[in-house]
Design a protein. Structure first.
Length: 293
């Protein structure tokens, strides 16, 4: 049985969200905290309903930057930081302190989404697919920022990703396979993709899973004799700490993508401060080659 809560005269499913926004300007300075309002879907990274909820209940246009506070996952009471053009509603509560973090991703900072959209807009003009309506923010979390872009030739999608996945657009172009989305434009940490009609795969059956595994195996098999076209990191050490190799790779990928200068690597190692290194790279592709005594 589904339970319900009441927020600001609106019934809200307990599995959905009750949202507050800390509104900030383009300079990052906070204006204040909004009254709570309901947003459909319980998944915190789905910010499209938050944008629509702010428009419907507060009468303002926002760009959600990041999650600030939340209770138990999923749904519940959630607070986001959102960027606005002006101070927003006349009645705002006191904003909590907003601390910066050196590893915060560009789209989670004021001005970051605008820079991504400017890049995508220019790329769409280059392929003769101009925007015909305002971009729609869909998702924002630590793994990606996703926007739906209505164009003259149908929807396109802007995806921004962290430095450890900055190669995504290049990998799609290199693999060049019909099962992959059509790449309209790409750059380090950004991909502009054509629409891929269909439904999400959250509730697929075993047959669909096996089909996808088959595609993955086929794509990998095509690259068995093409290692010289990839970046391969070989690391030797007298001992390996937890996540040591993945932390090193995350830092080197940032160097390769231009997110930090090469000189930073020596400085990070000398500091012995994990917080100064890049993000932990995913484990895919990591393997132990040999052990010598």
């Amino acid at each position: 049985m589904r339970s319900w809560a009441v927020c600001d005269d609106h019934a809200v499913a307990a599995t959905d969200r009750i949202v507050r926004l800390v509104l900030v300007g383009h300079d990052g300075q906070p204006f204040g905290l909004t009254e709570p309002f309901p947003a459909e879907l319980p998944w915190w990274q789905e910010v499209g309903p938050v944008v629509r909820g702010a428009r419907a209940h507060l009468g303002i246009e926002v760009v959600v930057l990041r999650l600030l506070e939340a209770g138990p996952w999923p749904g519940g009471e959630v607070t986001y930081v959102a960027e606005v053009d002006g101070p927003g509603p006349a009645t705002l509560g006191a904003a909590p302190a907003l601390a910066d973090h050196p590893l915060r991703l560009p789209w989670a900072r004021p001005g970051g989404p605008a820079a991504d959209l400017a890049w995508a807009t220019a790329a769409l003009e280059h392929v003769d697919r101009p925007l015909v309506a305002p971009p729609e923010q869909v998702r924002s979390w630590n793994l990606s920022s996703l926007w739906r872009l209505p164009t003259s030739a149908g929807p396109a999608w802007l995806k921004a990703v962290p430095p450890f996945f900055a190669h995504e657009a290049a990998a799609i172009a290199l693999l060049d396979d019909p099962v992959l989305p059509t790449l309209l434009a790409g750059g380090p940490g950004r991909a502009l993709l054509d629409d891929a009609p269909g439904v999400d795969g959250y509730d697929v059956d075993d047959e669909a899973w096996l089909s996808q595994v088959g595609h993955l195996v086929r794509l990998q098999a095509r690259w068995l004799d093409r290692e010289d076209e990839l970046l391969v990191y070989r690391i030797e050490a007298t001992a390996f700490l937890k996540h040591m190799v993945r932390n090193i790779i995350g830092t080197l990928v940032e160097v390769g993508s231009g997110a930090r200068p090469a000189a930073d690597v020596s400085a990070v190692l000398a500091s012995r401060d994990r917080g100064r290194a890049g993000p932990t790279a995913p484990p895919h592709g990591l393997c132990l080659v040999a052990v010598r005594y």
